[in-house]
Design a protein around this ligand. Structure first.
Ligand SMILES: [Zn+2]
Length: 502
């Protein structure tokens, strides 16, 4: 164990790394001799670089840094340091059903959560999913996660969601939503405003957004919710350009009514026309691309974008290594396919590994308005730092192309150390402070409860959906209903359960 009284260590070889118990909050910490992907404005990469963390912030980035007496020194030789990754859209509550919907279509997802079983989730089930997802995020080096929390049927559910986030030392943004009501309904409830006032103080550790979708109903019933968001100063995050669900009409309505702002986040933004992309670009909003999701749920082909997200662990993974890899693969496969259609050959890939590492870090920070806080390794920023290092892995050398190594070679098991806001939350591949035992216990209770609610037949059918003989619904993803007979929208203020109409 290195003594706190050891002299300052300028220019020396790295000391033996400290034990986890030596990394006490408040003690300065230096990572020595890594390949440092700063993701600063110039994307500088340092070889043999150090990063010094002091208090909540990055104090210095450089080579052979002089550090204060008593600084804990972590030998990062052979590893890569990068900013904490940022997931701009994840339905954390759904992590309690991890992997259940691996073979779903988007329609089956909507039917299961929106129409059939989403209502069965109690506050403690939201808590369970969020707790596990939050631990999963920091374990994978995702230091900031937007919890796109659209299962908040009551404020008790919302309190449970925040309780779980508050127990895990990551940076989170609660994006409040409720798929069981129109956004003009839940956002008008006095207890919603009370909740916002009670639980959010403007801390950069817990942000707030409003999460709802714009269906394209020409009456634009979502207007009231946008007005409340504006009044609360809350950014709106919305699933946009989801094939068969949301489209250009929603974007046009938002734009015409003045609700597209630089803080707005457009999740997927996949099947939109050039006109909609122009409206997004002109108003400064950001896209959140969930490539694993778009590839398998069919929202449309992901566009080139600025931030990455995982969507939901009921289908896919929850780590941004997968997001970077699938985004490169999807973009390149489309590029090749389109070229072959013209009898041409792609000779240069236009999307680079460096681009997706940028989207997973500083791109996410910019999308969330946190670019002065996190997203790069620069002195003065909050210390959200990830060390990728795994001496037991044959995949960690040679380390020739750092961006390529992060995007195509590394994986979550290679995350050695994670620092959030200056605090070490994972060290030597193990979460500091535990939490997994509790998460396992509450998730088991939720799974047991849901299995009992569904019964064995529906539980099995939900996981192994068969191709139906009859068409289920054209679009279950609506707050208001399109009546084909009268060719009119109906509802728009009704809280009737759409399931009862089907
Ligand atoms: Zn989503």
């Amino acid at each position: 164990m290195t003594a706190a009284s050891s002299p300052a260590r300028p220019h020396g070889a790295p000391a033996a790394s400290p034990a986890a118990t030596d990394l006490t909050p408040g003690r300065p910490l230096v990572f020595r001799n890594a390949t440092v992907l700063t993701m600063d404005g110039a994307h500088n990469v340092l070889h043999g670089g150090d990063v010094l963390v002091s208090g909540e912030r990055i104090a210095a980035v450089g080579q052979r840094l002089d550090v204060p007496d008593g600084t804990a020194e972590v030998d990062a030789t052979g590893g890569m340091l990068m900013p904490g990754m940022i997931d701009t859209h994840r339905h954390m509550w759904q992590t309690a059903m991890r992997g259940y919907g691996a073979d779903w279509t988007l329609t089956q997802y909507f039917v299961w959560y929106y129409l059939q079983w989403g209502k069965a989730f109690r506050p403690q089930d939201i808590y369970a999913g969020n707790l596990l997802a939050a631990l999963e995020a920091i374990d994978a080096g995702v230091t900031t996660t937007v919890d796109w929390s659209h299962g908040l049927q009551t404020v008790e559910h919302a309190d449970a969601a925040v309780d779980a986030l508050a127990e895990v030392p990551g940076r989170f943004v609660l994006a409040y939503g409720n798929i069981q009501q129109g956004p003009w309904e839940w956002s008008a409830a006095p207890e919603f405003r009370d909740f916002v006032g009670r639980r959010f103080s403007g801390s950069d550790m817990l942000g707030f957004q409003m999460a709802f979708d714009v269906t394209g109903d020409p009456a634009f019933p979502e207007r009231a919710a946008f007005e409340i968001a504006r009044e609360l100063g809350a950014p709106v995050t919305t699933h946009a350009g989801v094939w068969g669900a949301t489209n250009d009409d929603g974007i046009r309505l938002m734009h015409e009514h003045g609700f597209m702002t630089p803080a707005t986040i457009y999740v997927h933004a996949a099947t939109l026309t050039r006109d909609s992309y122009h409206r997004i670009a002109a108003t400064g909003g950001a896209a959140s691309v969930s490539t694993e999701s778009e590839q398998s749920a069919g929202q449309g082909y992901p566009p080139t974008s600025v931030s990455l997200s995982m969507d939901t662990s009921v289908w896919w993974s929850g780590d941004l290594f997968s997001a970077m890899r699938t985004t490169l693969g999807a973009d390149r496969s489309r590029e090749h396919l389109e070229a072959h259609g013209r009898s041409e050959t792609v000779t240069h890939c236009h999307l680079r590994a460096e681009d997706v590492v940028g989207w997973a870090t500083r791109g996410g920070a910019a999308a969330l308005g946190l670019d002065s806080v996190t997203g790069s390794l620069e002195p003065g920023k909050k210390a959200d730092v990830v060390l990728i290092k795994n001496d037991a892995s044959p995949v960690m050398f040679p380390l020739l192309n750092p961006y390529g190594h992060v995007a195509f070679q590394a994986q979550r098991g290679d995350v050695h150390t994670v620092v959030v806001n200056g605090r070490v939350v994972k060290y030597d591949h193990i979460l500091v402070g535990g939490g997994l035992a509790k998460a396992r216990q509450v998730v088991e209770q939720t799974v047991e409860y849901l299995m009992a609610q569904l019964g064995p037949d529906d539980w099995t059918k939900g996981m192994h959906p068969e191709i139906p003989q009859a068409k289920v619904l054209d679009n279950p993803y609506t707050y208001t209903e399109w009546d084909a007979g009268s060719a009119q929208w109906k509802g728009g203020g009704s809280s009737d359960d759409p399931a009862s109409a089907g």
